[in-house]
Design a binder for this molecule. Structure first.
Ligand code: NDP
Length: 246
């Protein structure tokens, strides 16, 4: 479904990003993966990607940093020739009730989760615009739709991504490029592994499907949005949360 396409996936050393990269590769896409610092995890992802016979390279790069992302994107375009798909997935949490949240906890989450998506979109937009079926996919969160106590920083960043998604969708539509957001609920990854026990125990009560989601379930949606099957969908926010926010 993605044969001969090149996809850049941020935060693809682990979790949701890794699974998206793997399922893109399974469908024939070449992968440039971006990670923050966990080289062992990035190398493991790379070797699994190459088992699909696609080109795969990893780039250590802090998505919140304008210059680092510019250099990484220029290198990727040079090494891969062109980019068709960008998945802005890299993200962090620094949860704290607003009364206790400090400036750094707010700024760092906004800079990684929101400005990071802007940096990557900006530096790859010219290349993606030239693709016959360019795709931007932003991994937001249901927290960006509903808000969530303890996540003023994260909810604001994820809501910001939704505005970015709709604007990019409108600005690039004339070129046939689409931009959509995925808003996951609770998904089993390192990020949710350390959630307080009290929050995990609530899953049965608040999720109608009574379980956390799997990374492969999010990746299935990303493959659909990256493929020609979604060619007339743009500016959408698709929740994948087991019915939590119905
Ligand atoms: P993980 O914590 O499992 O993985 C995070 C990934 O992002 C890693 O690859 C990490 O790299 C990378 N990363 C973190 N900071 C940066 C940075 N500054 N620059 C480049 N890469 C960075 O996260 P998940 O897989 O759980 O989450 C992925 C996305 O999905 C996030 O945006 C998250 O907000 C969103 N999401 C997750 C949900 C969940 O329940 N898990 C629910 C809703 C949304 P490294 O390995 O090098 O540290």
């Amino acid at each position: 479904m993605l044969k001969n396409k090149t996809a850049v996936v941020t935060g693809a050393s682990r979790g949701i990003g890794r699974q998206i990269a793997l399922q893109f590769a399974e469908n024939g896409a070449n992968i440039a993966l971006i990670y923050a610092g966990n080289t062992a995890a990035a190398e493991e992802t790379l070797s699994r990607l190459r088992e699909y016979g696609v080109k795969a390279e990893a780039y250590r790069c802090d998505v919140s940093d304008w210059n680092e992302t510019k250099t990484a994107c220029e290198t990727i375009i040079k090494e891969f020739g062109a980019v068709d798909i960008l998945v802005n997935n890299a993200g962090i949490i620094k949860d704290q009730l607003l009364l206790r949240m400090n400036e750094d906890e707010f700024d760092s989450v906004i800079e990684t989760n929101l400005k990071g998506a802007f940096n990557m979109t900006k530096h790859l937009s010219r290349s993606i615009m030239k693709s016959s079926s360019g795709r931007f996919i932003n991994i937001s969160s249901v927290s960006g739709i509903t808000g969530n106590p303890g996540q003023a920083n994260y909810s604001a960043a994820k809501a910001g991504m939704l505005g970015l998604t709709k604007t990019v969708a409108k600005e690039f539509a004339a070129k046939g490029v689409t931009c959509n957001a995925i808003a996951p609920g609770f998904i089993e990854t390192d990020m949710t592994e350390n959630l307080p026990k009290s929050v995990k125990e609530q899953v049965d009560a608040v999720v109608p499907l009574k379980r956390m989601g799997k990374t492969a379930e999010v990746a299935n949606l990303a493959v659909f949005l990256a493929s020609d099957l979604s060619s007339y969908i743009t500016g959408e926010i698709i929740k994948i949360d087991g019915g939590m926010c119905i």
